[in-house]
Write a protein that binds this ligand. Structure first.
Ligand code: GLA
Length: 708
């Protein structure tokens, strides 16, 4: 830690500057001791910050003169529903790339303190912020609103990009102009919370931003529970952006001395469009936010789409051979391996009973782990530890461990209920499922953690009269379990899944190495879905499996699509033709040779499938010596004229050799520029013709671009 300083009201307070390599926020203290946001945007000369004053109040409260949506609202012990926050002091601590700013605000009348925290990541141009609320009143106060942050903007226009969807059609992108009033993006789903709305957005100033142009803020919330972003354009065209936990049905009784800590709102600000914003977030995610974000991932063969729940021990061992034939690192056993009184032969039975099904797996998991080891592949397993089927021993033995409403019928989602993760006994149960399994079978090298329903029956037997704490405490309970798991098993790869992509957020990703974006694995659909997630998540977190969905597409097309993310398979390899097997085996080798560029390189989205009937993107490694370009046609129609594609991110001075890779056996490249050498300047200014003689079927090309 290199320096530390504290200001307090006794001194004259100079502006509080929160800065990264390219962006800055400036907070100033007004004459009435209120804290204002005087600036947010591109970095400026320091002297400019020092001359700043005025702006809007940083963390607007309810009950005083503010009549817009507040960041915080509280009802004091005596019933007074107002809060005033005055600046008291701040301190900044610097530790290399990270700088932490803490601003203490206090109510002049009631013993309430609010601390605003900002951590800036200098190189990545990312800032995360959160808030802590604490009081010393005699009894509980009631918190009814508690945003992580509030940010103000003053532009002529605001353009919001949101990501919304549903099962099997996740993260569709929509950009629209904000008009007067409130637009909110939120979830009340409790679990699997980003099923319909995803907690990530872009906010473009003055006009819609493109990949390379425009001022844009990219924001996301690190919270695996109900979230809410509120965009309020006021009567003077000022915009307030509130981010945080959704306070819906979640009034919180805060005890004297108890700290209420909000989740982190994470953002970057780019003056050069969305592409740069994504790259900032990706770098930050790999360096700081995703578990082992800078480490390699395992390629795998999963058996879900190939077998569903009907398999035998022998069939699984056969599948190990198929994994071996492919050349992947791991076999992932999916749903259906557990339950004895209620064997898991369909989704109506057995959830909660995490013992091997003795009929299906008479020799147990240990045998499977050993067989996999013999065949020199790793073994992974599927779990859905937060759930229970009414047809299960768990349901029979622990009715008090299950979320359900008194006096009401149970409401099912995929025939299942949620267990009460607020209850420490239930947390122990979930921790033990994972820990016991990993202790008993240390050979288990991977877990897929699923969560297949949202929270109805939202009533915790454990919380009794404090039901409004359920949504918050459930997520905190999940984090407590994950903390414990990670303490004992710090690096085990775990894939986060929620009936497809219902849980994708940076609150969870510090415990997980990757996530499952969608149950829709059709290659064409996946181009759009993976494209959507690519705005906020690096490629090594986005699992992409080659399956038999989208059969009308060639295996090459589906493989090329999986390659742009974290590649895996979920398909019967024994049904492959000789050539398909040869192709896939080569593809896995190719992927292993280029995956460091895909996983750790900079992503440039060149042509969006939302704008043209094709998608083109590329990854470039740090020293710009190697790039991988993916080019997909999303239509078989001949209506489009496709212009040349200008590459990005290369070194103007370097010469690059182009090589088409991942070709199907017996085919040759039809790309006119294959095996040619061009300067970076040429590739970025003149570009490539990537659309020669397209076939009728959906087609794709992958180029390896290497500095000569
Ligand atoms: C969810 C997951 C799938 C699969 C099934 C198993 O739908 O998204 O990948 O694991 O559960 O039941």
């Amino acid at each position: 830690m290199s320096f530390f300083f504290v200001h307090s009201v006794a001194q004259s307070v100079s502006p509080v500057v929160i800065e990264t390599n390219n962006i800055a926020i400036v907070l100033t203290v007004a004459g009435n001791q209120r804290l204002h946001q005087s600036y947010i945007g591109k970095k400026l000369p320091f002297s400019d910050y020092m001359a700043m004053k005025g702006g809007r109040e940083v963390y607007l409260t309810a009950g005083m003169e503010n009549q817009f949506e507040p960041a915080v609202r509280m009802i004091h012990t005596d019933g007074n529903p107002s809060l005033e926050l005055r600046y008291l002091s701040h301190k900044q601590t610097d530790s290399g790339n990270l700088k932490k700013t803490e601003v203490l605000l206090k109510d002049p009348v009631y013993p309430v303190e609010v601390r605003l925290y900002y951590v800036s990541y200098f190189k990545e141009d990312v800032i995360k912020c959160w808030t802590e609320i604490v009081h010393r009143e005699k009894k509980n106060v009631l918190l009814t609103q508690y945003a992580s942050s509030m940010i103000h903007f003053n532009s002529d226009e605001y353009w919001l990009t949101q990501f919304h969807g549903d099962w099997a059609r996740e993260v569709n992108i929509v950009e629209e102009k904000l008009t007067n009033g409130i637009k909110s993006i939120e979830s009340k789903l409790g679990t699997r919370t980003n099923f319909y709305q995803t907690q990530m957005f872009f906010l473009s100033m003055n006009k819609p931003s493109t990949e390379t142009e425009g001022e844009v803020l990219a924001g996301t919330l690190a919270w695996t529970g109900n979230f809410k972003f509120t965009f309020e354009v006021d009567q003077r065209n000022g915009l307030r952006v509130l981010s945080g936990i959704n306070p819906y049905a979640s009034e919180y009784n805060l005890q004297p001395g108890e700290k209420f800590t909000t989740p982190e709102f994470i953002f970057t600000y780019s003056a050069n469009g969305k592409g740069l914003a994504s790259r900032n977030i990706h770098r930050w995610a790999r360096n700081y936010a995703v578990l082992d974000g800078n480490k390699p991932r395992l390629t795998l063969l999963n058996n879900w789409e190939a077998t569903h729940t009907s398999f035998t021990e022998t069939k699984l061992v056969e599948l190990f051979d198929e994994a071996k034939k492919l050349g992947v690192d791991l076999f992932l056993l999916d749903d259906g391996w557990f339950g004895n009184k209620y064997p898991r032969n369909d989704d109506k039975n057995g959830l909660g009973d995490w013992q091997e099904d003795k009929l299906k797996l008479p020799s147990g998991i240990g045998y499977l782990v050993k067989e996999a080891e013999k065949k020199e592949i790793k073994f992974g397993i599927w779990l859905e530890p937060e759930m229970v089927n009414p047809k299960s021993e768990l349901y029979e033995q622990h009715p008090d461990w299950i979320l359900k409403l008194p006096n009401r019928e149970e409401n099912y989602g995929r025939n299942q209920l949620i267990i009460d993760l607020v209850n420490p006994e239930v947390q122990d149960f979930v921790f033990n499922i994972v820990n016991d399994m990993l202790t008993k079978y240390p050979g288990i090298a991977f877990i897929k953690w699923d969560c297949n329903r949202s929270m109805t029956n939202a009533y915790s037997p454990y919380l009794k009269e404090k039901q409004t704490h359920l949504f918050l405490d459930y997520t905190k309970g999940l984090y407590k379990v994950m903390e414990r798991i990670r303490k004992k098993h710090p690096h085990l790869p775990i894939m986060l899944c929620a009936g497809g992509g219902g849980r994708t957020d940076y609150g969870a990703m510090k415990y997980f190495t990757e996530f499952w974006p969608s149950d829709n694995t059709d290659g064409l659909e996946r181009i759009f879905i993976q494209w959507g997630y690519s705005y906020f998540f690096p490629a090594n977190t986005i699992s992409a499996h080659v399956t038999s969905m989208g059969k009308q597409q060639s295996l090459k097309f589906r493989t090329d699509v999986a390659m742009m993310g974290k590649m895996g398979y979920d398909i019967r390899v024994n049904n492959f033709t000789k050539q398909e097997l040869e192709f896939s085996n080569e593809a896995v080798k190719t992927y292993k040779a280029i995956s460091d560029v895909i996983w750790f390189g900079d992503l440039y989205r060149l042509i969006s499938p939302y704008e043209e009937s094709r998608a083109v993107l590329m990854y470039v490694n740090e020293n710009k010596s190697k790039a991988i370009l993916f080019n997909y046609f999303t239509t078989t129609r001949r209506k489009d004229i496709f212009s040349r594609v200008l590459l990005q991110g290369l070194d103007h001075q370097k010469n690059y050799r182009l090589k088409e890779i991942n070709l199907f056996p017996g085919t040759k490249s039809t790309q006119p520029d294959n095996e040619k050498v061009f300067s970076g300047e040429y590739l970025m200014k003149v570009g490539l013709n990537l659309a020669p003689g397209r076939a009728n079927a959906l087609s794709s090309t992958v180029f390896e671009i290497t500095a000569d």
